[in-house]
Design a protein around this ligand. Structure first.
Ligand code: PA5
Length: 448
């Protein structure tokens, strides 16, 4: 099968060459086997590895049917979730159906943001998909209270039952309890799927289907990529190549990997990618810090640092081969000095900008590689998402961390619960309140 994506590695050299990746064959093979056989840490969270069984054909049809029912009954879907229960859906929708009436909530606790969203709903028929695996995460729980009340008030309590769908654990958690008690339609999240690997499950697929994206094609792209990444040779397997290259660079002292794209519609793919790698690898005081830039916009802001700032950066461009061919630069007089480009497709000008940037960054000491997909459609996006997920699992094992847990996420939660007085946190409440209130003398500088 032809690969749905390619990696151009020319500008990784001399830091990383195909020979160096090839010399890592036994390491990458071992990391891949650790992932596939489940012999590594976090092995309970590999339910996403087989995209065909993560969501069966019957489940896919059910998701499409519920999405189409919600579409018929509403003008807007509020998709409530945070982290892995949010970013995948947003990434795919912004890439493929950016005008779709899907509004995201519960990914912050901002009163201003949520007031703005509520105000924008006047006169609209609203449906809600509340997504939380644990069912207890504060941000989506807060947002769900707001939007549940809104829908119940505007549509009536009985109709609201049909307008709210919960995606959550099969048995556990407060959201499951509420859904069962009220009688919402629900989609289960498997115990073996962590949030950041869940975009191709009901977590991502219901809002994505509501937005009119072909979820069968999305899943097919992932299924075909899953066959491709079974290859053991890192020079034939893009996920192994990518995982090896970034670890080789990390071992040489590079500290930051920058996801760079010349297509604004990929902005949230980069956000999703940052969570995937940041949460999977950022532990034991190790790992590349995942960052992103939107080009060409950021060439006029971050471009200076990329070219000449502290040399600690590697860069991964994500490029779409086939652009929009029909938007041509108009002809006209040459007063704006653009006559030499008259009649050219913007796509060709953008491609030249990418080629120029990749070369300049290499010359400036930023080793970079380019992942290219042929077209921006559901199939190739499914392939890209799965490629990064698989590469992340392998990369985490190469690095020596558990790519499927996130123990560090708990630290702020414990403090927040204690400060807010959540039952069960009483012991820490007084201590934390005192520590927040009693900052050392002079720590707030008032600059009179
Ligand atoms: O990837 C993860 O596991 C996290 O980002 C979670 O998805 C996020 O914390 C939300 O959790 P939940 O779905 O339980 O509300």
């Amino acid at each position: 099968m032809a690969s749905p994506l390619t990696i151009d590695a020319a500008y990784l050299a001399p830091d990383v060459t195909p020979e160096m990746v090839s010399a890592w064959r036994r390491r990458t093979e071992y990391a891949k086997e650790t992932l596939v056989s489940g012999s590594g840490a976090g092995n309970d969270f590999r339910g996403w590895l087989d995209p065909a069984s993560m969501v069966t054909d019957a489940e896919l049809t059910e998701i499409e049917s519920v999405a189409s029912d919600l579409r018929a009954k509403s003008d807007t879907l509020i998709a409530i979730g945070i982290g892995g229960s949010y970013l995948g859906a947003r990434a795919v929708i912004e890439a493929l159906s950016p005008a779709a009436p899907v509004v995201f909530a519960g990914n912050s606790i901002s009163a201003r943001y949520h007031s703005d969203v509520l105000a924008s709903l006047a006169g609209k028929r609203v449906a809600v998909n509340v997504i939380s695996k644990s069912g207890t995460t504060t941000e989506p729980a807060v947002a769900f209270r707001l939007f549940r009340e809104y829908v119940e008030k505007t549509a009536g309590t009985d109709a609201a039952k049909d307008l709210i769908v919960a995606t959550t654990d099969r048995k556990k958690g407060a959201l499951r309890k509420v859904a069962n008690e009220v009688g919402y339609r629900t989609f289960p999240i498997g115990d073996d799927i962590g949030g950041r690997y869940s975009v191709l499950s009901a977590v991502g697929l219901l809002p994505i289907a509501y937005a009119g994206v072909d979820i069968k094609a999305l899943r097919q792209g992932a299924i075909d990529t899953a066959s491709l990444v079974s290859e053991s040779d890192p020079l034939k397997n893009p996920a192994l190549f990518y995982a090896a290259a970034r670890n080789l660079l990390y071992n040489q002292g590079y500290a930051v990997e920058v996801f760079a794209s010349f297509e604004p519609r990929l902005h949230f793919i980069a956000e999703w990618w940052k969570q995937l790698f940041g949460e999977s690898e950022g532990k034991d005081q190790s790992a590349l810090f995942p960052a992103s830039i939107d080009l060409t916009a950021d060439l006029h802001s971050m471009g200076q640092y990329m070219q000449q700032g502290r040399r600690q950066l590697i860069e991964t461009f994500v490029v779409i081969e086939e652009g929009e061919p029909n938007l041509l630069l108009p002809t006209g007089d040459d007063a704006d000095e653009l006559g030499y480009l008259a009649g050219q497709p913007l796509t060709a000008i953008n491609k030249a900008a990418y080629q120029a940037t990749a070369l300049a960054h290499r010359d400036g000491g930023v080793p970079n590689m380019t992942v290219t997909i042929p077209r921006l459609d559901a199939y190739y996006l499914g392939a890209l998402l799965y490629f990064f997920e698989y590469a992340c699992g392998v990369s985490g094992y190469l690095l020596g961390v558990n790519p499927f847990d996130q123990p560090g996420v708990e630290a702020y939660k414990k403090n927040m619960f204690a400060l807010l007085g959540k039952p069960g946190y009483e012991a820490q409440t007084e201590k934390l309140k005192a520590s927040v209130a009693n900052q050392p003398e002079g720590s707030i500088i008032r600059f009179a």
